[in-house]
Design a protein around this ligand. Structure first.
Ligand code: GUN
Ligand code: ZN
Length: 433
């Protein structure tokens, strides 16, 4: 059995840091050793204490070793349509998105995009993600087959959508149910694959399809559920026209039994107090997608209000409404959104959110999102001196908090020096291809 030891500055979170001086919320080793066997972390300790006999030692000093980033909401089928010029959500969906996603009916297209998409994730240090595929089952097969090939823990599902979109993209309540059922049987729990039942949002699902999604959720409590909620004013108004009997937008999903601890709700920007109460009560997760919210002019996520009311939260890129694959860029834009709300997010809380926090949101904190014995060795190595500008700024950095803040403010894929998936060096292997 091969034993690998990564040497470097190790940082991993136990819980949400409450302030810059909340040192008990994380583990930091100035000269640390992450010992890996069979894809799992078996020890994390000072390098001086590590049993180095017979181990392969990879020296990443002076770089930081963190858990790989987790992206809680993205559309891999929109990888080739980031930066589409649109005024707001519904125009963006109708003009670009619903056209782009039709390409996934073609043999070979999904496989090619999936391969490029995973390369991009790895380059940016993201080792797990929760993804919407298109309405075509083959897009899900391509998504999970490529994840399996790379041994990555990925969550995803076929988008269910049976109205208010081009016919070529629509399923029906029955076919959406049947296809989802077959995909769950084929993929959920196979290797590291986990399935998410994925009604796109209220606007593109008839009440019959919502009922079908409800049946799927009841029949498959082991699966995640993902949809969009309260992103844009026009979207909210139209949703309420389509579901006049529901109390509010959240009420629609509530009425169809879609809310629970495994439910991930993209955006959650314009919620009323009843809605935040329902999210807190059901344990559904509000997913903050800052680059997308700014790009589509959707609004400013109110993190403090949601946290105060007991809503679980996570953070994500929302490719391709989002404008970067990078979780560093996402944290930076998230910081700026919260600045506009008068809410300053400290860099420890930021990096916690993109790692351990998102793992907790998935209920997978025992598996991914931190560096500890028994966790998957899914890791990112970050270099705060990756560019001339970063190097210059690092000359004036004295604390770990300052370094993290520099990484999130100025960093991108160039700051990702290496990535490990289940203990295997992955980013440098891409460069070798
Ligand atoms: N709402 C429904 N579908 C989508 C989508 O693809 N992207 C975003 N940002 N919002 C949505
Ligand atoms: Zn989305």
């Amino acid at each position: 059995m091969t034993r690998t030891i990564l040497r470097g500055r190790v940082l991993s979170f136990h819980r949400t840091p409450q302030a810059l001086d909340d040192a008990e919320s994380y583990l930091y080793l100035e000269d640390g050793a992450v010992c890996i066997e069979d894809g799992l972390v078996v020890a994390v300790e000072d390098f001086a204490e590590a049993d180095v006999a017979g181990a392969e030692i990879i020296d990443h000093r002076p770089n930081l070793i963190l858990p790989g980033f987790i992206d809680l909401h993205l559309h891999y089928v929109q990888s080739q349509m980031m930066a589409a010029y649109a005024g707001s959500l519904l125009e963006w969906l109708n003009t670009y998105t619903f056209i782009e996603e039709q390409k996934f009916s073609r043999q070979g297209h999904a496989e090619a995009v999936a391969s490029d998409f995973y390369d991009a994730l790895i380059r940016h240090g993201t080792t797990s993600a929760v993804a919407y595929c298109s309405s075509h089952p083959r897009s899900v097969d391509a998504f999970f087959a490529e994840a399996q090939r790379r041994n990555m823990l990925m969550v995803g599902g076929k988008v269910m959508m049976d109205r208010n979109a081009p016919e070529a993209l629509c399923d029906t309540a029955q076919s959406g149910y049947d296809d989802t059922k077959a995909l769950i049987a084929r993929w959920h729990g196979r290797g590291r694959a986990l399935y998410a039942i994925s009604p796109r949002f209220a606007i593109t699902s008839t009440p019959e399809q919502m009922a079908a999604a409800q049946a799927l959720v009841a029949e498959h409590p082991e699966c995640y559920v993902q949809t969009h909620l309260s992103e844009n004013d026009a979207e909210i108004a139209y949703s309420m026209e389509l579901y006049p009997d529901s109390q509010d937008y959240t009420g629609i999903y509530e009425d169809y039994g879609l809310l629970g601890r495994k439910t991930l709700l993209g955006h959650c920007i314009h919620l009323n107090t009843r809605e935040t109460g329902v999210l807190a009560e059901t344990g559904a997760v509000a997913v903050f997608c800052p680059t997308s919210n700014l790009f589509l002019g959707s609004g400013l996520f109110d993190r403090e209000r949601l946290v105060k009311q007991g809503v679980r939260i996570g953070v994500a890129t929302d490719i391709g409404g989002g404008t970067s694959v990078s979780m560093l860029r996402t944290l930076d834009e998230g910081y700026k959104v919260l600045q506009l709300r008068g809410q300053r997010l400290n860099p420890f809380a930021s990096f916690h959110m993109a790692t351990c926090g998102n793992a907790e949101a998935l209920g997978l904190a025992e598996t991914i999102g931190s560096i500890a014995p028994g966790r998957a060795a899914d890791l990112v190595v970050l270099d705060a001196r990756a560019t001339p500008t970063m190097r210059m700024r690092m000359g004036n950095v004295e604390t770990l908090a300052e370094e993290l803040f520099l990484l999130q403010t100025l960093g991108d894929d160039r700051a990702v020096a290496e990535v490990y998936v289940a203990g295997v060096r992955t980013k440098s292997a891409l460069a070798d291809l």
